[in-house]
Design a protein around this ligand. Structure first.
Ligand SMILES: [Zn+2]
Length: 269
């Protein structure tokens, strides 16, 4: 039987780590073909450990860090769209969507994961990737769109999920003293949580928490030495929201769940 194919589409190295690292590892362990598309090499972010990179070599270093993470999850090497970090809203949108359509038609996933319309905390690159992936999901199935993509045939991805935060996880964050917002250009952008009614799938990734943690630690220039991911694994593993990853089902061609799903390939097996 042909294995299932899962495709995740994000903006920066490390976007995959915190909310989907366990999911990627789980489906790879099941024998699925798991692919990760990342739009940039994350070179606009700060260097958490200055000894590990310079502004000049940061794109190359962060590419290697993402490759390291993918090896830990057990998935295929990352596919880069080769865009400049921080500039996704101003790149040629048709070109970006066309790249994703081509990838979808070549890899032919049954399930896709990307950002929701809130982009976790409203990062403008995340919002751009959400729009691209949404458009590419629709257009990849349309034979009249991007016909120059031949020989790849149109492909309908059966289920499109948004990787989202449960609102209870935000409460848990603030209760444990973690930051509730991300600073962009000096302005705090708060994380956005979804209520239970909007969470379509909760995946228990407990068997994969160490793989997920190691994937996070691969992003060494983004994770400081004082990080709790490096120093307090017991505390991390005890956190319900580290071992449970949450998704909103945005599109389905195979019906809609009555309750919460525990498997992104539910109704496809
Ligand atoms: Zn990001």
């Amino acid at each position: 039987m042909t294995p299932f194919v899962l495709l995740a589409v994000f903006a920066h190295p490390d976007d995959e780590a915190f909310g989907t690292g366990g999911t990627l590892a789980r489906y790879a362990a099941e024998g699925c073909e798991v692919y990760l598309v990342t739009a940039t090499r994350g070179e606009a972010g700060e260097i958490a450990r200055p000894g590990l990179a310079t502004p000049a070599n940061l794109p190359a270093v962060r590419e290697q860090e993402l490759r390291c993470a993918c090896r830990n999850y057990g998935i295929h090497p990352p596919i880069f769209l080769d865009y400049v970090d921080g500039q996704l809203p101003i790149v040629h949108q048709g070109q970006a969507v066309g790249k994703l359509v081509r990838i979808i038609r070549e890899l032919r996933p049954q399930v896709m994961i990307t950002f929701g319309p809130e982009g976790i905390y409203g990062h403008y690159d995340h919002l751009a990737v959400h729009r691209w992936a949404t458009a590419a999901h629709e257009l990849a199935a349309d034979p009249d769109c991007f016909p120059d993509c031949a020989p790849c045939q149109p492909h309908l991805v059966s289920k499109l999920y948004h990787r989202v935060l449960h609102e209870d996880s935000l409460q848990a964050r603030s209760d444990s003293g973690q930051r509730a917002a991300v600073l962009m250009d000096g302005v705090p952008f708060p994380f956005v949580g979804y209520p239970s009614s909007q969470i379509s799938a909760v995946l228990d990734i407990s068997p994969f928490v160490e793989q997920k943690r190691q994937g996070i630690l691969c992003h060494a220039t983004q994770v400081g030495e004082a990080s709790r991911y490096a120093n307090a694994p017991e505390e991390i593993f005890a956190d319900h929201w580290f071992s449970h990853e949450t998704f909103h089902l945005a599109y389905s061609s195979v019906g809609w769940p009555v309750g919460q799903e525990d498997d992104l390939f539910a109704r496809l097996r």
